[in-house]
Design a protein around this ligand. Structure first.
Ligand SMILES: Cc1cc2nc3c(=O)[nH]c(=O)nc-3n(C[C@H](O)[C@H](O)[C@H](O)COP(=O)(O)O)c2cc1C
Length: 246
């Protein structure tokens, strides 16, 4: 991290209004980027900051079960892209008619166009086998890796670097190509690069594939599916109003 950023973060526990705005800006303007990558290489100091942000994610029992495999060799990317092509065709078989042709028309990865690809993996053996908090719900290991992905995604956004998550891939091929040990699981395959623009809305929303749900439709009170509750009247009203960011 450069000095100015270090100084800005400082030791003060409170967020200033500008700092708060910065966090929300990163959250609301983060996009999954597939088609707006430029070839400009990512500054290695910037990439290091982004990776360090990912590495400071929460993790079950502080197990830090992630590894970040940095990829820029075109040969590797080509093999991954081949896997994408075959998985994409395979998954399209589940669809018919216009839905199928629409799906096949979407640009759903930027593997070759983005200067850097990163595979983020889950290693359950790290600090194991006993990890505090992972016994009852073993998936918490993978959840931790997803927290690292989100940190990376937001930090990248603040640095003007776009990130795309490509999951239309065979984990078997990923493991072979990247030489992963048997017990290590690829969790996220990400493509990173500077971009010409960050779209205002998710591509799938703009394309009319799915709408963003209203906040009021995803919040329940006290019990599953309870949309109103006497103890939650104010927030229930607030959530129904148009929020500042839409
Ligand atoms: C676990 C996960 C897997 C995803 N896989 C793909 C993918 O294979 N291809 C793709 O184009 N987008 C992929 N995405 C991105 C989503 O489509 C995107 O996040 C969503 O449409 C909302 O758009 P936004 O990220 O721009 O807000 C993935 C996202 C997540 C969280």
């Amino acid at each position: 991290m450069n000095n100015t950023l270090n100084e800005k973060i400082g030791m003060n526990n409170d967020f200033t209004e500008d700092e708060k705005a910065g966090i929300y800006k990163a959250i609301f303007s983060r996009r999954d980027v597939r088609s707006h990558f430029t070839t400009k290489p990512i500054d290695e100091k910037v990439l290091t900051r982004i990776l360090n942000a990912a590495h400071h994610a929460p993790s079950v029992g502080f197990s830090q079960p992630w590894n970040f495999i940095l990829i820029k060799e075109q040969e590797t990317k080509k093999k991954i892209k081949e896997s994408f092509e075959s998985e994409r065709i395979d998954s399209s078989k589940l669809l018919e008619g216009t839905k199928k042709s629409k799906y096949l028309s979407f640009k759903l990865e930027g593997i070759l166009e983005s200067p850097i690809n990163i595979c983020i993996t889950y290693d359950p053996s790290k600090f194991g086998p006993f990890v505090i908090g992972r016994n009852s719900v073993p998936e918490t290991g993978v959840y931790s890796v997803c927290c690292a992905v989100q940190n990376l995604w937001l930090a990248a956004r603040s640095e003007g670097v776009g990130v795309g998550w490509v999951s239309i891939l065979s984990n078997k091929i990923l493991k072979q190509v990247l030489n992963l040990p048997e017990h290590v699981v690829p969790v996220a395959y990400l493509t990173l690069g500077y971009v010409t623009e960050f779209a205002k809305k998710p591509d799938l929303e703009s394309a009319g594939w799915l709408p963003r749900l209203d906040l009021k439709d995803v919040v329940y009170y006290e019990r599953w599916n309870q949309k109103e509750n006497r103890g939650w009247i104010t927030i229930n009203e607030l959530i129904k109003t148009n929020l500042d960011y839409a």
